[in-house]
Design a protein around this ligand. Structure first.
Ligand code: NAD
Length: 497
């Protein structure tokens, strides 16, 4: 596996060693001995192998998580100790931040520099935010009425308790961050976890597991099973020993997971796809809006669930804004994410490259004009940042999630039309409005059907702000107090005095 750019010796050592999965505090191969390869998307070369878990391995991991939750030092640990452990984990991630960033770059293709300040730093900040929650989980006491027992006295209260064993399945676009979005609230509330990273990106999850061990978590609290979605993912989804499933990935797979969860009445939250609108009003600072719209779609190669993949610009400025975005796109340097001068890395896989280019081809066939980009190249899985205009709102291009650096853009005339176009989507994950007209902005916000609305920014996430989708973009929320609710159950207690 030649890596032509300088990386830390620790990164090289981690990637080149024989990787195993963490179950019950032990590093194991799959029971069957099966392995699966993962690639470096910048070169298309095999980067390494991990165990390919099947139902037997998943069962072992769920049983370990069950023991850790029900009867172990973890189950008796006090909130302050859970807080301190999470903080320690964040400190260890800070120590190894460059290594984690390089792993994300090698395995996902994204820029190592960007991964350091975004993926890794946001993960650290998020775990520290969640550490604070460990000591703030509260129930409430209730003055009950009990009309049928007028002479009796009662003490009624509500406990908020950890939900139990969490099965977490994540996508490949932000492997570490998505894993931490699950791990943070689970460990803050006292749950135990079985994580299945995406088939394509197991590396940072395994490093994270190593740091969890180093932080001193008891065995079985955090388990990682590497393997395919169809085998390991499906086994975790169907396992009756899992109390809650938390999934980040496509809407298609999310629906299957939601249905399977209902068979066992497993609690479930789903963070799914998107086709988020960027809406530029005529009064906006147009240069800022164009730069913001470009970054909304091209960041992380467009492989962002809440990417601003549909652009609506008030008609009189449409051509200017498109010209500015095309200028930004044409100036972007594509290449290996280990090269600090690169603006955009490769897509995750040949499959994703093929999918994205087939949408661009479809656009051409449907009469769309390619304002910039449109080409793909190798070695590695590169697609140039692309803007398509002359598209119809009903096109599949506008309605379906492409999940690549492809922007579809069209003009609008008034605010009612902007709202209609923005909401005309099966998805509802995020939306941005670019304007300095406070009155117009405040009138728009309640009318936009999406889980997040950003004004004069896009995809701006904070650990304290709930993130998740309306409509086909999912069920439930990550982050903020809302996440704590999803990792806990309520227990009503009534004591007759
Ligand atoms: P995917 O749904 O194919 O895979 C996601 C995960 O599910 C992977 O770990 C995969 O192995 C597993 N999986 C696949 N089939 C499974 C099955 N039958 N049973 C159980 N698990 C299974 O998605 P992807 O292609 O990896 O990721 C891209 C998608 O993720 C996009 O749609 C994107 O919008 C979405 N996403 C959403 C968010 C969010 O927070 N809303 C964040 C990131 C990505």
């Amino acid at each position: 596996m030649p890596i032509e750019f300088p990386i830390l010796p620790q990164t090289r050592a981690f990637v080149t060693r024989q990787l195993k999965m963490l179950i019950d505090g032990r590093w194991l191969d799959a029971a069957s001995g099966a392995t699966m390869s993962f690639l470096n998307p910048a070169t298309g070369e095999i980067l390494g192998q991990v165990p390919s878990a099947a139902a037997e391995d998943v069962d072992r991991a769920v049983q370990a998580a069950r023991r850790a939750f029900d009867d172990s030092p973890w189950s008796r640990m006090r909130p302050r100790e859970r807080q301190n452990l999470l903080w320690k984990l964040a400190d260890l991630m800070e120590r190894d931040a460059q290594l984690l960033a390089e792993l994300e770059c090698l395995n996902n293709g994204k820029s190592a520099q960007v991964a350091r300040v975004m993926d890794v730093q946001l993960s650290i900040d998020f775990l520290r935010y969640m550490a604070g929650w460990a000591t703030k989980i509260e129930g409430s006491s209730i003055n009950v009425s009990m009309p049928l027992m007028p002479d009796a006295q009662f003490h009624g209260y509500i406990r908020r308790e950890a939900v139990g064993v969490v099965g977490a399945i994540v996508a490949w676009n932000f492997p570490l961050l998505l894993a931490c979005w699950k791990l943070g609230p689970a460990l803050a509330t006292g749950c135990s976890v079985v994580l299945k990273p995406a088939d394509e990106t197991p590396l940072s999850a395994l490093k994270l597991a190593e740091l969890v061990q180093e932080a001193g978590y008891p065995d079985g609290v955090f388990n990682v099973v590497t393997g395919s979605g169809l085998q390991a993912g499906a086994a975790l989804t169907a396992h009756p020993g899992v109390d809650k499933l938390t999934f980040t990935g496509s809407t298609e797979v999310g629906k299957q997971i939601g249905k399977a969860a209902m068979d066992n009445m497993t609690r479930v939250t789903l963070e799914l796809g998107g086709k988020s609108p960027t809406v530029v009003l005529a009064d906006a600072n147009l240069q800022e809006a164009a730069a913001g719209a470009a970054s909304a779609i091209f960041f992380n190669q467009g492989q962002v669930c809440c990417a601003g993949s549909r652009l609506y610009v008030q008609r009189k400025h449409f051509d200017n804004v498109i010209a500015d975005i095309a200028g930004i796109a044409n100036g972007m340097k594509l290449g290996n994410g280990l090269d600090p001068s690169v603006d955009m890395g490769p897509l995750i896989s040949a499959k994703q490259q093929g999918r994205v280019t087939s949408y661009i081809e479809l656009g051409r066939q449907l009469g769309a004009t390619v304002a910039c980009g449109g080409e793909s190249f190798g070695p590695g899985y590169f697609v140039k940042p692309t803007v398509l205009v002359d598209v119809d709102q009903k096109h599949r291009l506008v309605q379906e999630e492409i999940f690549g650096p492809v922007l579809v853009a069209m003009p609008f005339d008034d605010l009612d039309e902007a709202v209609r176009l923005a909401n005309d989507s099966p998805y509802g994950l995020g939306a941005s409005i670019w304007s300095n007209d406070l009155s117009a902005v405040h009138r728009l916000i309640p009318r936009i059907k999406s889980g997040s609305v950003w004004v004069n920014c896009h995809s701006a996430l904070d650990p304290a702000l709930p993130f998740g989708g309306y409509k086909m973009s999912g069920v439930g929320r990550e982050m903020g107090a809302a996440a704590i609710e999803h990792y806990t159950e309520l227990k009503s207690v009534l004591i007759r005095l």
